[in-house]
Design a protein around this ligand. Structure first.
Ligand SMILES: Nc1ncnc2c1ncn2[C@@H]1O[C@H](COP(=O)(O)OP(=O)(O)OP(=O)(O)O)[C@@H](O)[C@H]1O
Ligand SMILES: [Mg+2]
Length: 478
């Protein structure tokens, strides 16, 4: 049997989940059916043979299949006529068309009607098996993802948290348990592991869900500004306080206040926060009246708070107040089985957001993602998939569209691989397109900023965007 690469570092596709993968072959030629039956059975697949469309559809109704191999030219109902009927019954099942007469129009028509791929008779066994494996794995990952979302949605209201590792499941169980209470929660995890997402999930599953969820990055502000933002101030409390202002503790009354990057907060502010946590009371800056609030606090940190206490940067008493329930979010590199479902989730999201047809990752692109260390965790993975989707011009996103530091490839290599037979002019256009997209990404898709940084008039940038067919998007997602 030929050695075929296993995609995704996943368990062998034939035994993913409980059952062996099952393939339905629909072909009118018995010699073709026989040789496919031998090839696929030896490879470990369960196979079912159908000699025409009628038999094929009947089998499809009676059994569960992971993939269909469908002959294009058959007497009676052709493969092309059959394809929509199959997709009507099972929209997600991958179908690989087999043909000896694969004219370009047929290929295009079949792919448009939802075929996964095409093989030409006589086929290369190794390539056919590799195509089947990757389609089966992908189909199972997609199915698993949908199942997972259904389960998470049933258990809690976690529609946008994706993962299947045991660690993430434990986190979600804990989140589900603590959400209904008003206990303070401390979320710890490296940058980009999903701390804010979890904080929002806790709020969304709590009785406070209809009140405000107020996030504040406590690390990003000087102490004075932070305190006036959190506690508000009376008129004249300091020079620029020309009018009284409410603080976020009042804005979040009845809801949840999310204190992000708590470790970098100054010692004085820490003392004031401690007081609100103890008494649920505080005063406006410059005020004398105590204000009572009902706010649930969720705090997050990407550095070890216990160590910050030891180093004398964080108050021990506040640490114990915050650390009632701790949710530890593990880095992505320690739960790699979450990568395929996350990839699928972001592919769906960004194709949908950009109004693009579905995109898939090539096997070697997925392998590169599985092997990478992900210092920026899920956020870095998300950015990488978003970029791949935006740069892609066909249904498959190859590893040439991934950043070089992930694949170990240089920019030049990626460009030449992406455009193997293109003219120099076309390659230069590709460079221009990638550079403009990269700059726009960095400028949050603000064209004026990008034009300024490129030292070109905005009108020139706009012409280029139009000529290079770059889709401009609004940023920010919930
Ligand atoms: N399990 C997950 N499922 C789906 N999306 C996720 C998951 N974890 C993280 N994300 C996404 O990754 C991105 C980063 O997540 P988030 O902002 O919550 O991370 P963070 O830990 O708060 O990062 P930082 O420390 O940098 O503030 C977000 O777009 C979030 O939606
Ligand atoms: Mg965050």
């Amino acid at each position: 049997m030929p050695e075929v690469d296993l995609p995704l570092n996943a368990p062998p596709p034939i035994v993913t989940g409980e059952s062996m993968a099952t393939i339905l072959v629909i072909d009118d030629e018995s010699a073709i059916r026989d040789s496919l039956e031998v090839l696929l059975t030896l490879e470990g697949y369960r196979v079912k043979m159908a000699a025409d469309g009628y038999e094929g559809l009947r089998d499809l109704d009676l059994d569960n299949f992971d993939l269909i191999l469908l002959d294009l030219a058959m007497p009676g109902r052709s493969g092309l006529e059959l394809l929509p009927l199959i997709k009507e019954r099972q929209p997600d099942i991958p179908v690989i068309m087999i043909t000896a007469y694969g004219t370009v129009e047929n290929v295009v028509e079949a792919i448009r009607a939802g075929a996964e791929n095409f093989v030409q008779k006589p086929w290369d066994n190794e390539k056919l098996l590799a195509d089947i494996r990757s389609a089966v794995v992908r189909h199972r990952v997609e199915e698993e993802n949908q199942q997972l979302k259904r389960t998470l949605k049933q258990r809690y209201n976690f529609t946008n948290i994706v993962g299947k590792s045991e660690t993430i499941m434990r986190v979600l169980d804990l989140v589900g348990q603590v959400a209904p209470s008003r206990s303070t929660v401390l979320i710890q995890g490296e940058s980009g592991t999903g701390k804010e997402l979890i904080a929002k999930a806790i709020h969304a599953n709590s009785p406070r869900r209809d009140k405000a969820f107020v996030p504040i990055n406590t690390g990003a502000m000087p102490s004075e500004l932070l305190e006036s933002t959190l506690f508000g101030h009376v008129k004249g409390a300091f020079t620029s306080a020309i009018a009284a202002k409410k603080g976020l503790f009042e804005v979040a009354n009845g809801g949840t206040l999310f204190l992000d990057e708590i470790a970098t907060m100054g010692m004085d502010t820490q003392a004031k926060i401690l007081r609100v946590l103890q008494d649920r009371r505080f005063m406006h800056l410059g005020g004398i009246q105590e204000i009572q609030v009902d706010v649930r606090i969720i705090a997050a940190t990407n550095i070890d708070l216990r160590q910050a206490v030891r180093d004398g940067h964080f108050r021990e008493d506040l640490f114990y107040r915050l650390n009632v329930i701790t949710v530890d979010l593990p880095p992505l590199r320690s739960r790699r089985e979450d990568i395929p479902p996350l990839v699928q989730h972001f592919l769906d999201f960004y194709c949908n957001e950009n109004g693009m047809p579905a995109r898939k990752l090539s096997t070697d692109a997925m392998r590169a993602l599985m092997d990478y260390e992900w210092p920026g965790n899920v956020r870095e993975l998300e950015n990488c998939i978003e970029r791949g989707v935006v740069l892609s011009s066909g249904p498959i996103i190859g590893s040439d569209l991934l950043p070089g530091h992930i694949t170990g490839r240089s920019f030049q290599d990626a460009l030449l691989e992406h455009n193997p037979n293109a003219s120099l002019f076309d390659i230069l256009e590709d460079i221009e397109r990638r550079i403009i997209i990269e700059k726009l990404e960095r400028c949050n898709w603000n064209q004026t900023d990008a034009a300024e940084q490129f030292h070109i008039p905005l009108s020139t940038l706009n012409q280029k965007i139009k000529r290079l067919n770059i889709e401009i998007r609004k940023r920010g997602r919930e």
